[in-house]
Ligand binder design. Structure first.
Ligand code: HEC
Length: 455
């Protein structure tokens, strides 16, 4: 007993010495310590023309934010990430070292000194393509139109199409959807699919009364092709929101883009002070080495359950999900997909609109054992994040992925503009969606891809 006490005393003494040594250590300064932390973790968003409200590129930019930065990083609110840290490991989770958090905090506590000398050179953002790749995209596909966004206000959501410029199917390891001018793009989505036979791309009004531009599919009779309001075109490839828009697969896994298919570019613009031009672009990285797994987009909502009842198709084959009543605070829906074959799961993307509150993905194995794969407890519709598993997950045949989502249509939801309205299902921002996206490969198909030349 005695011995332990002495030992503790010695320990405490040496800790105290350490602590006092630390407090007399020179305070961190912007030039020596802080700039490099901000460059590595923050300035992809916090720089002029980017999504975040203020730049953190220079001492003058960052100094007024020292206390706010300390608060936000210690609360783990910045860099933004919405998954429950207790569940799953994700390879795109922003990793900021604990030591760096403490350095940011110590800098704020010391009054945010600049330090002597000069800060390190700022990072080179190149042309805006993801720095997670070892090279620039192999191909950049431009959207068929450049849009001039007039003064302040919202431009109605619209879609234009272009045909894939490939003579063969191509396999891609990464895709990035990015605007040339981020300032005026609220979000954009890129889907891929087939248009009805005899369709050609021509000119038409982008929306009733809107500008006449190119990239609109015209059917055999010359009428513009329109997707029914409760349907979607093809399947989604990538979704751009500030800070997002990048999709990649592990080595040897790739997504097939089929020759002859069409890209549909859905866009939502928001004007600010003056007229500004922007164009969406798709950066494509081809898979360079043997592709052995083809990734497919699936959704964990092939069956849907509301209020304990499964929503079954009506006589005309249409699935009608009940509307979300006005002011409902915790409206629940469950979606299921059961895999007939062994599959490998790569990533999950919970997609909802402004009433989305939370979503949880659970694996139910054939023996009934459950395992939570992803929990997003505070869903933020402005950050459409694809959660990439650190290690792809093998899932045995006859397993189910269950996705449970809650919606808040009350005034308590800060994103909700109209709590007195019933919410219908559909692709417009004022409608709701429930799409638990999965990127999966079907294992038995994969031998087919062994040795495929991805070019
Ligand atoms: C993926 C983009 C992104 C990254 C990376 C990011 N931020 Fe932010 N940050 C934002 C956006 C967008 C906002 C405004 C919305 C909000 O407050 O959530 C914001 C807000 C903030 C605010 C609050 C500003 C205010 O008005 O009070 C602080 C402070 C902040 N960020 C600090 C940081 C720091 C420090 C880092 C790096 C450790 C960082 N952010 C990384 C996008 C980002």
């Amino acid at each position: 007993m005695r011995k332990t006490n002495i030992l503790t005393a010695v320990l405490v003494c040496s800790l105290l010495t350490l602590a006092s040594a630390q407090s007399s250590a020179p305070a961190p300064t912007f030039n020596q310590n802080i700039a490099s932390i901000l460059y590595a973790n923050c300035v992809t968003c916090h720089r002029p023309g980017e999504v975040a409200p203020m730049s953190l590129m220079t001492f003058a930019d960052a100094r007024p934010w020292a206390r706010a930065m300390k608060a936000r990083v210690l609360a783990r609110e910045m860099p933004p990430w919405y998954a429950d840290p207790q569940v799953g490991n994700f390879r795109n989770k922003p990793a900021i070292a604990q030591a760096d958090l403490e350095t940011l905090a110590a800098w704020a506590d010391a009054g945010a000194p600049e330090g002597t000398g000069a800060p390190p050179p700022p990072p080179d953002f190149g042309d805006g393509w993801s720095r997670l790749m070892d090279r620039a995209p192999d191909l950049v596909i431009d959207a068929p139109i450049e849009l001039e966004v007039p003064g302040p206000g919202e431009v109605p959501t619209f879609t234009v199409w272009s045909r894939l410029p490939f003579r063969d199917d191509r396999f891609v390891e990464a895709l990035q959807l990015a605007p040339t001018n981020r300032h005026v793009v609220h979000h954009a989505s890129l889907s891929i699919g087939d248009l009805p036979p005899k369709t050609r791309l021509g000119q038409a009004a982008l929306w009733p009364g809107g500008p006449v531009l190119t990239g609109v599919p015209l059917l055999g009779d010359g009428q513009p092709y329109r997707v029914a309001s409760n349907e979607e075109f093809g399947y989604p490839l990538v979704f751009y929101v500030p800070g997002g828009g990048f999709l990649r697969f592990p080595q040897g896994v790739a997504k097939r883009l089929r020759r002859g298919q069409y890209l549909s570019w859905g866009m939502h613009h928001m004007g600010h002070g003056m007229a500004e031009k922007t164009r969406m672009r798709l950066g494509v990285w081809f898979a360079k080495r043997g592709v052995h797994h083809e990734a497919e987009t699936m959704t964990a909502n092939l069956r849907r359950i509301v209020d304990g009842k499964e929503i079954v198709p009506d006589a005309r084959g249409r699935v009608q999900i009940p509307n979300i009543p006005p002011r409902a605070e915790n409206w629940t829906i469950t979606g299921l997909i059961t895999f007939p074959d062994d599959v490998t799961l790569y990533s999950m993307w919970p997609h909802m609109h402004y009433r989305g509150k939370d979503m949880t993905f659970t694996l139910v194995r054939p023996n009934g054992r459950e395992e939570t794969l992803l929990r997003v407890p505070n869903y933020n519709p402005n950050w459409q994040v694809t959660y990439e598993l650190e290690k792809p997950l093998r899932i045995p045949a006859r397993s189910t992925i269950k996705a449970v989502a809650h919606y808040d249509n009350s005034a308590k939801n800060p994103h909700n503009q109209a709590p007195d309205q019933e919410v219908i299902w559909g692709p417009q921002a004022i409608n709701e969606m429930f799409i638990p996206f999965l990127e999966v490969s079907v294992d038995k198909d994969n031998l087919r891809f062994e040795g495929v030349d991805p070019r």
